[in-house]
Design a binder for this molecule. Structure first.
Ligand code: K7E
Ligand code: CUA
Length: 672
């Protein structure tokens, strides 16, 4: 600790002490500040007094304030819910650093407004013959950072689209979306995106069973025709792309598969997916049937799915699959015969499934049961080996005996959902119905002596209805601890009224100390849809570019563009007009583009800048075109000049004192 930090520590102690005295109505602030806080400006005390801050408030403020020009310790990548994007937030300041355009058009980034180098415009086939779906929104739930040896490596981020069964790949060198793959077999998911420990595969499992391959089947044929699916998308790290042809999927019974997590260490090679609606209820409240909410909650136990993906990979290599819309799908009977899939009873309509950092244990949140249930991978493997089954399900999948594989159950409270882990051997579980986060000890998992029990330690209330929680690196083999963020669904009274549609509330909690110490530090409103899950990664793991590596960079291929030009040029051939344009403070070259109505116009715009932050934007009035050219980037835009008239184009970023002069005219001469 440097001398500067010591000074701050002294100030912190003094402020908290002084704040405490103030709160208790003891001696006057002035005296306290003079005696207890040498070096603390008297006006700071006045601020505390004037704003009525409690000692906890002062602690929260000092814990989260990142001074101007200083950086946060962590990046948090949060899903954007049905806003379809990804949020990048700095911790502990909780400052929003960026919204990454993923599944929706976003004009600041020029994403979806005519620029060809993005997956929303330049749709590519994932699997030969597959037409990508033409959609402009998504419901993003679970971001998944790429991993090496079970640790975040800071290279890529994946995120699933629950509503439409898609998966996106974001490159963290430039924080831009590079690929969107559509699942050709199903049209929704939920267990996405979860990566295997070396990002061999990105897992995407369904939520709601449907007839596979986009077929139609009446709901009366539910058990026969409807199916779930676990898709293993092969990730090609060198290309930074999912390889559809090397991907495969496992057909699953028509239960509603929920979240997924990949095993690691001793459980590497397995993927765990929980489920509900093993009742196979089909709803139909309007026909006098029990509604789904009742029908899917009849049984006391549902099934945790245990998938041996390494074995499944071999089975695919042996050709034991069928092809559905270009995707290799392992049928249920093959999974049963080859030992690829097992079920474990899990209490009752569970939600979260999370593997401990050691990889030895699997934690299930009960949702309608006050416990978390912990299973041990060694017990699971023994039971599989001994064929210690209680029977099979209607589809022939073996069911392991609950008592044979259960390690422990811990009663935590109402509505346990998602679990994260820290570096002290604690687990944290969100309690949705109770609006709290529980801290509990991980028994004889990696960090604790064997005699340590699996037990509840403490709880902290949150506001309100917490879904996921995120601990710094808390789903990897090396959790950092320090901070936990509760991603709360409801904010009710926490923020000024902005009408009936309220923001979410992300609450930052200090978990650095052990025992019952957990302290709420900060409330961050999210005025944009519903971040479900988030991952928090140490800032030093992210090595993003400051500017693109060379002038004339194609951000889609992450290589030199073959349409880059350092000098302007216009090439005409019949109805085709190709313009090589440069952008440099403070002009575009050319400044006049003359075409005829109906011409096919192609623009290649290169930002010549090498200065960090010297981004230029480009737009054409009334043509629905907007681009962002970051330093060094070349973008390609093409359109039909179907509207005659004179249309200004100008730079969208206030890039210099003469930014307003950075413009030109597109002149479209009317056709005769
Ligand atoms: Cu619990 Cu989609 Cu992970 Cu929301 S899910 S909370
Ligand atoms: Cu370039 Cu403003």
């Amino acid at each position: 600790m440097g001398i500067k930090n010591w000074k701050w520590f002294a100030v912190l102690v003094a402020v908290i002490f002084a704040g405490g005295l103030f709160f208790l109505g003891k001696p006057a602030m002035k005296e306290v500040s003079a005696v207890q806080a040498p070096g603390l400006p008297a006006d700071s005390m006045q601020v505390i007094q004037k704003r009525g801050l409690s000692p906890d408030d002062v602690f929260g403020a000092l814990s989260t304030y990142v001074p101007t020009g200083k950086y946060d310790e962590y990046y948090m990548f949060a899903s954007g819910g049905h806003g379809g994007q990804v949020l990048v937030i700095g911790l502990p300041s909780m400052r929003l650093l960026r919204v990454i355009a993923v599944f929706e058009p976003e004009s600041w980034q020029g994403y979806g407004f005519g620029v060809k180098e993005n997956p929303l415009v330049n749709k590519t086939e994932t699997i030969p013959g597959q037409k990508p779906k033409d959609l402009s929104w998504a419901d993003t739930h679970h971001p998944g950072l790429s991993e090496t040896d079970g640790k975040y490596d800071g290279q890529f981020l994946f995120i699933g689209d629950k509503a439409n069964g898609r998966l996106a790949v974001i490159d963290l060198r430039d924080f831009e979306t590079k690929q969107i793959v559509d699942n050709p077999v199903v049209n929704n998911d939920h267990g996405a995106a979860f990566v295997t420990p070396n990002t061999e595969y990105v897992v995407e499992s369904t939520q709601f069973s449907v007839p596979l391959g986009g077929k139609y089947a009446p709901i009366s044929d539910y058990q026969k025709e409807y199916r779930g699916l676990a898709t293993f998308w092969k990730f090609d790290r060198a290309k930074g792309r999912i390889d559809g042809e090397k991907s495969f999927a496992l057909e699953l019974p028509p239960y509603w598969q929920d979240l997924a997590d990949a095993g690691k260490g001793p459980s590497d090679g397995f993927v765990f997916i929980n489920s509900f609606n093993t009742e196979m209820a089909t709803g139909g409240i309007e026909e006098g049937n029990p509604p789904f909410e009742a029908g899917v909650s009849q049984r006391d136990m549902d099934y945790l799915h245990v998938i041996n993906w390494k074995k499944a990979e071999e089975v695919v290599q042996q050709g034991k699959f069928k092809v559905v819309n270009g995707m290799k799908v392992i049928p249920l009977d093959v999974s049963a015969a080859e030992g690829l899939l097992y079920f474990i009873p899990e209490p009752k309509s569970p939600h979260g499934v999370d593997i401990t950092p050691s990889g030895k244990h699997i934690v299930i949140g009960g949702k309608l049961d006050p416990h978390v249930t912990i299973y041990a991978i060694d017990l699971i493997q023994q039971a599989i080996e001994k064929k210690d089954y209680e029977g099979t399900d209607p589809y022939g999948i073996p069911i392991l005996r609950f008592d044979a594989v259960k390690k422990a159950q811990v009663e935590l409270g109402l509505g346990p959902l998602h679990t994260q882990f820290d570096n002290h051997g604690y687990a944290y579980t969100s309690l949705f119905l109770e609006s709290a986060v529980a801290r509990w000890t991980l028994g004889d998992d990696k960090f604790q002596a064997p005699e340590k029990p699996w037990t509840l330690v403490s709880k902290i209330p949150v506001s309100y209805n917490v879904g996921h929680i995120a601990v710094a690196q808390g789903d990897t083999v090396e959790p950092d601890g320090n901070y936990l963020v509760a991603l709360n669904k409801w904010s009710v009274d926490r923020f000024p009224n902005i009408g009936p549609l309220l923001p979410q509330n992300l609450q930052l909690i200090d978990i650095a100390q052990t025992g019952d110490h957990m302290k709420l530090l900060y409330d961050m409103p999210i005025g944009m849809a519903e971040p479900h899950y988030a991952q928090i990664v140490r800032a030093d793991k992210i090595k993003a570019w400051e500017v693109y590596p060379e002038v004339g960079w194609n951000a889609e291929t992450q290589s030199k563009s073959n349409t880059a030009a350092t000098e302007s040029k216009v090439v005409r051939s019949g109805n085709n007009v190709e313009i090589f344009m440069t952008a440099l403070r403070s002009h575009f070259d050319p400044e006049h583009i003359k075409v005829k109505q109906g011409d096919h116009v192609t623009l290649h715009i290169t930002n010549m800048e090498r200065t960090r932050d010297a981004t230029h934007g480009f737009n054409i009035s009334n043509y629905n075109i907007a681009a962002s050219m970051e330093p060094g980037e070349t973008v390609d835009i093409d359109f039909i000049a179907d509207k005659p008239g004179v249309f200004p184009y100008y730079c969208l970023e206030f890039c210099s004192a003469l930014h307003l002069e950075m413009m030109g005219y597109l002149m479209v001469e009317p056709a005769e």
